[in-house]
Design a protein around this ligand. Sequence first.
Ligand code: FAD
Length: 480
Amino acid sequence: MRDFLETLAEIVGAGNCLTEDQARQKYDRDITGFYKGRSLAVVRPKNTAEVAAIMAAAYGARVPVVPLSGNTGLAGGGYPGDDGRSIILSLERMNKIVEINTKSHIAIVEAGVILADLHRAVEAHDLVFPLLFGARGSCMIGGNLATNAGGSNVVRYGNTRALCLGLEVVLPDGEIVDMMSELHKDNTGYDLRDLFIGSEGTLGVITGAVLKLFPKPKAYATAMVAVSDMAAALALLHAMQAASGGGVEAFEYMPRGYFAHLQAIDPKAPMPFAPLADINIMIEVAATMPGDATPLPDGSLPVANRLEETLARFLESGEILDAVVARSEAQRAEMWRQREMAFEVSMHLGMPVTNDVAVPLDKVEDFLNRADASLRREFGSVEPIVVAHLGDGNLHYSVWVDPDASGVMDPATKTRIYTLVEDVVESLGGSFSAEHGIGLAKKGTMARRKNRAAVSLMRRIKAAVDPENIMNPGKTLPEG
Ligand SMILES: Cc1cc2nc3c(=O)[nH]c(=O)nc-3n(C[C@H](O)[C@H](O)[C@H](O)COP(=O)(O)OP(=O)(O)OC[C@H]3O[C@@H](n4cnc5c(N)ncnc54)[C@H](O)[C@@H]3O)c2cc1C
């Protein structure tokens, strides 16, 4: 192993081959603190050639490699094991935005670019890269692609897969696959780009990407709305899409329980309604056309007027109970802050059983009723903390049952909770992993629920691309 470590140090420089416990610590544990491992070393290459050399060395020495970007993943995909055998390959030094092409609306980036840095860089050109969620200050494009991340803007722009035109990948044996296409159409054989997107580091290391950019909206209209039931929420979504020409950028569900927990950790947070409503929706509509964003003689904005007219109509019909429209950028920012506290809110009682599920839009209410009822039948009183990207049917449903003093649940109870929720998801034609991926957290579910032929095909692909099983072994695919 000493030879191998010396080779790594030669490739990246001794200062970028971290072997001391203290230096490795922040890479060896995940953001929740639940997965704490021990790697052999953390290597920090500065370019694709160095990644290729590291992979060739690891392949030769049969050393497992765990790619790591921002380390904000919520499925344990970056866990290096605890036997000190794996190396972590950190993309953090590959953080160059190579090009922002304003003529073709693309960005060419290295995999270690932090999402928020890309946001800032493209905004300077009046463009957006519309992938948005709370971890944007730390997560990186490589990790976003490897997990096929979603977030709050999926309702308008799709998930990371939909935002990517090209990819550069280093295979387990060090071969570089250049798929850095800028094309919107390219039907030349199997779509290898899409094979690597969402593969959670199990097939290769993503080193670069060509990403789609969009015109920066010229104005936003944002509101918090208390609705009477989920059917009314969906009706509001569709009405607003119709009124704004598909301009709904975010449609986020925060029930009463979410705000109650938010208040527990942030007592000064202003509540949208007093008393709190059962069902609260944060809606944001964007104007991309100048006419929608140009103030009228009375100073109002057409995009905001359209939102308010729609809300007024729904108030009159009783489908919504109350609404607060953001009157300033500060009010809008506060609404977003409260939504983006979801991670802290769901973690504040300890490590929950988190279910990141998707169901068809018209089945969200069914899911909530049936999952709640099923858990209560089994465990008595249970109050899941729920928050959802409702516009795309993705719910984060976090459950605790009698956490012990350390806030940790026993594995059998966790599995039982997962299983009960999976039953409901499956019966509604949903997915047990909407946007966080499988990693380690959902491997059991993958074994229980994923179509067997699909898992078998994935295993054959894995064996073909990674015959020595060195790429993030033990993740995503259940043991055969
Ligand atoms: C506060 C908070 C809010 C979040 N909100 C959302 C949300 O709304 N939507 C959502 O989808 N996710 C969300 N997440 C989860 C997480 O931020 C995303 O999964 C994100 O895409 C992970 O990016 P990362 O750079 O941190 O990846 P990492 O955590 O570093 O890695 C994640 C996985 O990808 C693999 N990987 C990383 N980089 C590469 C690479 N270059 N090549 C190959 N494999 C690689 C790793 O091995 C691991 O399996 C949230 C997390 C937090 C903490």
